[in-house]
Design a protein around this ligand. Structure first.
Ligand SMILES: C[S@@+](CC[C@H](N)C(=O)[O-])C[C@H]1O[C@@H](n2cnc3c(N)ncnc32)[C@H](O)[C@@H]1O
Length: 277
């Protein structure tokens, strides 16, 4: 197994990470030094991104790139750091070895090789917006989750009251993890392998999409091209500085910015069809 690590100065870290997540959608490992942040990607030889691709994605912001060979049990190491994540005093995402919280909606997640322990700011921001809709009495009806990873948002949505749920991802490992997690949680997900850049998007009145700014903009382009849109769209995976650009990309579809949430440099937003809600 190869570990490919890139280092950058802290001021560029969120930007480098946002670009890397597009090349390494299953997530990256993060380490901090006195004056650097390192992100590492793991994969079999031939499946980790090319150095050139990485350098292009990060622009001139990298100070070092290195590759090392590591033991093949890398995919199980998430277990070392996966801890329960409580969002909005309403819902907890936990691994199987933590007890469920009595008063919170329980979402049990084993991400396997997929992104989505619930711990990443982009996931927490999405969960907070879903909980906000539920608190406003707006949970229910069909929901589609684009870029489902471990299925965390899709499963949380099912437990908050949406049904039926379609979840899609480009990565087979994500679909496997989401199927297993749906079963652990006793919820039904219709899973589809979809590349949101190229394929038709599964549509529903409510959509959650924790992707990246450029993938969200691509989704906006598809919606505009087919003349369809959800009534309510939760978008996450952007940096704060990318919010306006992503919101502007959805404007031609009739979806307008209704709410934003931020955590550190990360931002999420709730878009609604003009005149509805
Ligand atoms: C940031 S993760 C979000 C995972 C989960 N929804 C969460 O909130 O924790 C983004 C997901 O999008 C998927 N993805 C990346 N590029 C994609 C594409 N072009 N089409 C479909 N899914 C994609 C990745 O495999 C990854 O599972």
């Amino acid at each position: 197994m190869i570990r490919l690590a890139v280092r950058c100065e802290p001021e560029y870290a969120e930007n480098v990470l946002a670009n890397l997540l597009e090349l390494a959608p299953n997530g990256v490992e993060e380490e901090h030094g006195p004056d650097w942040v390192e992100y590492a990607i793991y994969g079999p030889p031939g499946e980790v991104p090319e150095l050139g691709e990485l350098q292009a994605a990060a622009g001139g912001e990298l100070v070092d790139v290195s590759t090392t060979t590591v033991p093949d049990d890398w995919a199980d190491r998430w277990a070392d750091f996966h801890k329960p994540v409580v969002v909005g005093d309403r819902l907890a995402v936990r691994p199987s070895w933590w007890e469920p919280h009595d008063s919170l909606i329980d979402v049990l997640i084993d991400p396997g090789r997929a992104f989505g322990t619930g711990g990443h700011a982009t996931t927490r921001l999405s969960l907070a917006l879903l909980i906000g809709l539920e608190e406003a009495g707006e949970a229910g009806g069909a929901l589609a989750d684009w870029g489902t990873g471990s299925g965390v948002l899709a499963i949380a949505s099912a437990k908050l009251g949406w049904e039926p749920i379609t979840a899609c991802d480009r990565e087979p490992a994500a679909l496997e993890a989401a199927a297993a997690n749906a079963e652990f949680n006793g919820v039904e997900l219709a899973l589809e392998r979809v590349d949101v850049r190229e394929d038709a998007l599964p549509l529903a009145p409510t959509v959650s999409a924790n992707l990246t700014a450029s993938l969200l903009i691509a989704c906006a382009g598809h919606l505009a091209a087919v003349g369809e849109r959800p009534q309510t769209l939760i978008c996450s995976g952007m940096l704060v500085e990318q919010l306006d650009e992503v919101a502007a990309a959805f404007a031609p579809t009739g979806l307008q910015l209704a709410e934003t949430g931020t955590e550190g440099d990360w931002a999420a937003m709730l878009l609604r069809t003009a005149g509805e809600g």
